[in-house]
Ligand binder design. Structure first.
Ligand SMILES: [Zn+2]
Ligand SMILES: [Zn+2]
Length: 260
């Protein structure tokens, strides 16, 4: 499989990147390519259209319900509902599976301002994670693992035939990261905080904490720091991580592609 960084800006969209969104593509049986999104945060629906028609994704997998991770599902809902489609006009739109924490359907309706008990169930097939319970999407097995953040949040372990992509979502250091990230070919790690500057705990990893999590998990081959806010210096982030992690390291940028 491969993963493309659609948006990687932390907490808010930045001048050069949308907020969190990663496109995972994997070949299934019969040469069908499966495409899933890890998060669809604020601003990400725009650049996503450089890669595919967003209505064609096989599933959207949400780490948690902060706006920088889910809000552009409102835009996807509008596209499904109103953008012209090929094929007979009377065909009902394809419902896109959306996996997320408990309450995802209600949050989407609230975010869009749907009133009177209306929801997005004609457009989006919303399902809820259960901690540690794997979900199959085509050739991919995705295991949500509860992590440490002020709201219910999951890291996502994406596997295909022994290859592992680990996405921490938003989290501070926690034991769950060992199970999430063990033997990952690529670990996409929240590194929103700056070592020595951001002292509050329980919200985000810093570069050094992300690097330590990669070491602790064991078998991680490439560490990719992501979710750096626009006000954080990426080069300094990389320097902080390199004090702990000596293996391959990148700071995520929009358009970057990693083979997993
Ligand atoms: Zn975030
Ligand atoms: Zn968050």
């Amino acid at each position: 499989m491969r993963v493309t960084v659609v948006g990687c800006s932390g907490s808010v969209p930045g001048p050069r990147s949308a907020a969190s969104c990663y496109l995972v593509e994997a070949e299934g049986d019969g040469s069908r390519t499966w495409r899933v999104l890890l998060d669809l945060g604020s601003g990400a629906l725009g650049p996503l259209q450089q890669y595919l028609d967003p209505r064609e994704v096989d599933a959207v997998l949400l780490s948690h319900l902060h706006p920088d991770h889910f809000l552009d599902l409102c835009g996807l809902y509008v596209m499904i509902k109103h953008a012209p489609r090929a094929g007979p006009a009377n065909d009902p739109p394809r419902r896109i599976p959306v996996w997320g924490p408990a309450g995802t359907g209600g949050r989407l309706a609230q975010a869009y301002g749907l009133a009177g008990g209306r929801d997005m169930s004609a457009e989006l097939d919303v399902r809820e994670w259960s901690d540690g319970g794997p979900v199959r999407v085509g050739p991919l097995t995705v295991t949500p693992i509860r992590v440490r953040h002020p709201v219910p949040a999951y890291g996502l372990r994406v596997e295909q035939t022994g290859r592992v992509l680990a996405y921490t979502g938003d989290t501070d250091s926690c034991q769950a990261l060992d199970r999430l990230c063990a033997d990952a070919s690529v670990m996409l790690a929240d590194a929103a905080f700056v070592d020595g500057v951001d002292q509050v705990r329980g919200i985000h990893l810093s570069p050094a904490r992300a690097a330590q999590a990669a070491l602790d998990a064991g078998g991680v081959r490439r560490l990719v720091l992501t979710h750096l806010p626009p006000w954080v210096d990426a080069e300094e982030g990389a320097r902080q991580a390199r004090r702990v992690w000596l293996g391959p390291l990148d700071v995520a940028e929009p358009g970057a592609v990693y083979q997993v």
